[in-house]
Design a binder for this molecule. Structure first.
Ligand code: TLP
Length: 344
């Protein structure tokens, strides 16, 4: 049986053109700053996000951690959305390795309310830890790929900046956000000081993220990347895949969004499944299966037996993610298989 893999947009296979670009990549030792392909990727991403400089890192997790370490002193509080990836899925690295304290603020569809952010900023009191940073996430993973608009991001950034705080954006799927908003990536990133963008999600590269921000910030970040073991040598082989992704896989992102919408519309017709169409804005569909009488992990096992790979994101919810290796036909077949798996 051919599996339809909807676990994540991280599961894509590099195409032949991408593999050829990797094979042919010009390389050098990037710890010496001598890898021309890495430099080119960093220049391209800095330009795309409208930031002065950029740093190629191994993963989204490393990009966020390097950013947090560079922005904050140990013991500082970091304000982030309650269900943010940095809090939920990054192994607590900010606290374990950075000595940083997460301050979770409940968002709506992943969007932080500016007033709640303001209320979470610490005042000047000898007893308090200092607030060091405000983090945003766009698109928001656990909010079902929901998008924050530029004015929504700007409103939070204004509060942070008024209090002298920098703003970091977990932009793992920033290109999806920009595609959904119909805005240039740089405009979407304009409210924030720094942004980490993943190449290995919707863009389809096998490895890598890029952290972008002011030149002096990136110079300091380079040292933290080295500290975390992220100083790679002939990394141009990987950067070449990223350059290929940026030049070939950005314009097709709306296709993934349309496929997610198609999946969502089909899923909500299936008895026992509940879904909030308002959250379906990009390439992620999170749906509640509790009406089937099964738990989400149980449904996930049944789906696998019927040839659909998908992750449970809680006891009640399953996540489908579309990407460049699933087309409309696969989505249609996936819906058929969900019905079979649930005996509908
Ligand atoms: N997300 C992965 C899993 O970790 C859940 C996925 O399959 O969606 N920020 C956001 C918003 C992300 O969704 C992810 C990956 C990351 C950061 C971390 O990126 P990597 O996996 O490259 O460390």
């Amino acid at each position: 049986m051919r599996y339809i893999d909807l676990r994540s947009d991280t599961v894509t296979q590099p195409c032949e053109g991408m593999r050829r670009a990797m094979y042919e990549a010009e390389v050098g030792d990037d710890v010496y700053g001598e890898d021309p392909s890495v430099r080119r990727l960093e220049e391209l991403m800095a330009a795309a996000t409208g930031k002065e400089a950029a740093l190629f890192v191994t993963s989204g997790t490393q990009g966020n951690l390097v950013a947090l370490l560079t922005h904050c002193q140990r013991g500082a509080e970091v304000i982030l959305e309650a269900e943010s990836h940095i809090f939920y899925y990054e192994v607590g690295g900010m606290s374990a390795l950075g000595g940083l304290i997460p301050v979770r603020v409940q968002g709506e569809y992943g969007v932080l309310p500016p007033a709640a952010v303001k209320a979470a900023i610490r005042g000047d009191n000898i007893h308090y830890p200092a607030t060091g940073l405000v983090c945003l996430e766009n698109t928001h993973n656990r909010a079902g790929g929901a998008v924050a608009t530029i004015p929504q991001m700007q409103a939070v950034a204004d509060v942070a900046h008024e209090h002298g705080l920098p703003v970091h954006l977990d932009g793992a799927r920033l290109f999806n956000a920009a595609a959904a908003l119909g805005e240039p990536v740089a405009r979407v990133a304009s409210p924030v000081d720094t942004v980490s963008v993943c190449l290995s999600k919707g863009l389809g590269a096998p490895v890598g993220s890029v952290l972008c921000g002011p030149r002096d910030f990136i110079a300091r970040a380079r040292k933290y990347r080295k500290m975390l073991g992220g100083g790679l040598r002939q990394a141009g082989i990987l950067a070449a895949a990223g350059i290929y992704a940026l030049t070939h896989n950005v314009e097709r992102l709306p296709e993934d969004h349309a496929n997610a919408c198609y999946l969502a519309e089909g899923l909500q017709e299936i008895p026992g499944i509940q879904l909030d169409m308002r959250s379906v804005q990009t390439n992620i569909v999170i749906f509640d299966v509790s009406g089937t009488g099964l738990t989400a992990p149980e449904v996930s096992v049944r789906l696998l037996a019927h040839g659909v790979k998908a992750n449970a994101t809680s006891d009640r919810t399953i996540r489908f993610v579309t990407h460049l290796n699933v087309n409309r036909e696969d989505c249609s077949l996936a819906l058929q298989r969900v019905k079979e798996a649930l005996g509908r």
